[in-house]
Write a protein that binds this ligand. Structure first.
Ligand SMILES: C[S@@+](CC[C@H](N)C(=O)[O-])C[C@H]1O[C@@H](n2cnc3c(N)ncnc32)[C@H](O)[C@@H]1O
Ligand code: SF4
Ligand code: SF4
Length: 508
């Protein structure tokens, strides 16, 4: 499109601003586009908001930065092209992105409970109830049946299989079954309490799995034991120490802690200890999900950490919210690159949902399929693999269809929130446990979710510079037109600092 100084540049109708240091994040609440600008970039957006005619905005900026119109014009044009290419600013009219209902695709991951049995009895464990009744009433699948189930999962195209439990290492065929999943091209993750700590097993696991997640709730035995019991600390620590020593391992070694009112104050120290002293590849903290554990009946009350419930309580210094997940969330932040390698998961996209019924599934050891790990209760049974093919269960189960409709727009308190399509609303299973209503707003988690959502916006606002290559080509043409000569490419607006101006877009 030809751009002249009479061209109208249009800002989004509603912009939410977030400040961090010298940067301002601008969030278009209609199109859900986010851009990160420095002070000069912000000045351009403000000038355009006041003077939609490009020439008028340039004139205002020239006066403000004590530059001549001709000197500042190419820099402003370049920035406006970047911003329009990224979908934030618009030429002539505001183009609203139609947010299409996402196509129903195969889930990204499935949690397989190869057994509900466990050697421990952690006070908070969300699957104690089902362990008690499944181990009694249902036979576990045989090795061959588990491989058959994995074939169904692979044929359906679910890329990631997390072996969870119960304690998955209690089954002798774990490695054989996981190897089958690997052979079928799946990303395989083991979630374990570390009980199987023999050298041979750990070497095989480190070579086979993409992620080995070892659950441990503190570097201090007495704190860990309050959550996970007295037999839990040594094996988990031993496993971690041995796993990190295995050179050329395939697996990412992850120490994962559940954070509650008991251990939140030492979160930063815990993270430092596991990352620096033990040498794990990743540390992950997850807030205790209440309501699903015997802990509520315990004499001492187990609560989620106070900073999750109340924004006025500051998290421990150095707490990195990127490491902190508010509910039970097994996203492992790696995915296949299609060639057997791993890459970091791309930034979050617009979401309107916590993911229940859409994106992930859980399978119990008898082939029962549930919407998520926290909802393995009879009323949420979606089907059984022995009765119906998996894709049919996923597409046609009534309960999954109902849960998919449970969008953030239906949750009072979330439906008008500015970050709702980044947050997705908090965990619906927790809403059910805490308020008896899957559509309830969960006050105590909201602050944490909000902080995470804003962090994600900042993260999403960074993009590689090649994304704006197209804009730069157009810019060259305009510059030639404006300056009447060939020019060098540059980035940003107004001087040295302007090289930091970046713009990005979330896909609608
Ligand atoms: C159910 S366990 C199964 C795998 C294995 N037994 C273990 O402990 O790692 C999976 C993960 O869920 C975590 N978990 C269990 N109950 C939880 C709860 N109420 N809130 C948050 N995380 C929980 C455990 O700490 C563990 O990291
Ligand atoms: S959290 Fe894991 S180790 Fe603890 S009781 Fe539950 S299944 Fe067993
Ligand atoms: S930040 Fe809070 S109010 Fe906003 S969508 Fe998330 S849970 Fe709902």
């Amino acid at each position: 499109m030809e751009v002249t100084f009479d061209t109208t540049v249009v800002c989004p109708p509603v912009i939410q601003r977030h400040e961090r240091g010298e940067w301002t994040l601008l969030h278009d609440l209609k199109n859900h586009t986010v851009v990160r600008v420095n002070n000069q970039g912000l000045a351009v957006v403000e000038a355009v908001a006041r003077h939609p005619r490009l020439g008028d905005a340039v004139a205002e900026l020239a006066a403000r930065f004590s530059m001549t119109f001709d000197d500042i014009a190419p820099k402003v044009l370049q920035f406006i092209f970047d911003m329009s290419n990224s979908g934030f600013l618009h030429i002539e009219t505001y183009k609203q992105i139609k947010i299409k209902r996402p196509r129903l695709e195969a889930p990204k991951g499935i949690y397989i409970q190869n057994t509900e049995r466990c050697n421990l009895g952690c006070v908070y464990c969300f699957n104690q109830e089902e362990r008690a009744h499944f181990t009694k009433d249902h036979p576990e699948m045989t090795t061959e049946q588990l491989k058959w189930a994995i074939d169904q999962i692979a044929d359906f195209g679910i890329p990631q299989i997390n072996f969870c439990g119960g304690e998955p290492t209690l089954r002798d065929d774990l490695l054989e079954v996981a190897a089958h999943a690997r052979d079928r091209g799946r990303l395989v993750c083991l979630v374990t309490n570390g009980r199987e700590d023999g050298d041979e097993f750990l070497a095989a696991a480190a070579d086979l799995f993409d992620v080995v997640w070892v659950s441990i709730d503190s570097h201090r035995r007495e704190i860990n034991d309050r959550h996970r019991g007295k037999d839990s600390y040594e094996p988990a620590m031993r496993s971690l120490r041995k796993l990190v020593q295995i050179s050329d391992r395939r697996a990412i070694i992850l120490a994962a802690a559940v954070i509650s009112s008991n251990n939140w104050e030492e979160l930063a120290e815990m993270k430092r200890y596991f990352l620096e002293e033990i040498g794990v590849d990743r540390f992950r903290a997850t807030s205790y999900s209440p309501g699903c554990a015997v802990s509520l009946e315990e004499e001492w009350s187990l609560q989620p950490p106070p900073f999750v419930r109340d924004a006025s309580v500051l998290p421990p210094p150095d707490t990195d919210f990127a490491d902190f997940s508010a509910g039970f969330d097994l996203e492992l932040e790696v995915e296949y690159d299609g060639k057997g390698g791993k890459k970091v998961r791309p930034p979050a996209r617009v979401i309107n949902h916590c993911g229940v019924g859409n994106g992930e599934l859980a399978m119990l050891s008898n082939g029962d399929i549930y919407p998520c790990q926290l909802l393995c209760k009879p009323e949420f049974l979606a089907g059984n693999l022995f009765d119906q093919p998996l894709p049919e269960i996923y597409r046609e189960s009534e309960i999954l269809q109902q849960l998919r409709e449970l969008t953030v727009d239906r949750i009072p308190g979330c439906s008008t929130c500015d970050v709702r399509y980044v947050c997705g609303g908090s965990c619906r299973a927790t809403a059910l446990e805490m308020h008896g209503d899957m559509e309830a707003h969960i006050d105590y988690q909201c602050d944490l979710y909000r902080r995470n959502a804003v962090d994600n916006l900042w993260r999403d606002s960074k993009i590689p510079i090649e994304h704006v290559a197209e804009a730069r080509k157009k810019l060259l043409d305009v510059r030639k037109q404006v300056e009447g000569e060939k020019v060098e490419l540059g980035v940003g607006v107004g001087g040295e600092e302007a090289a930091d101006v970046t713009a990005s877009q979330e896909e609608g």
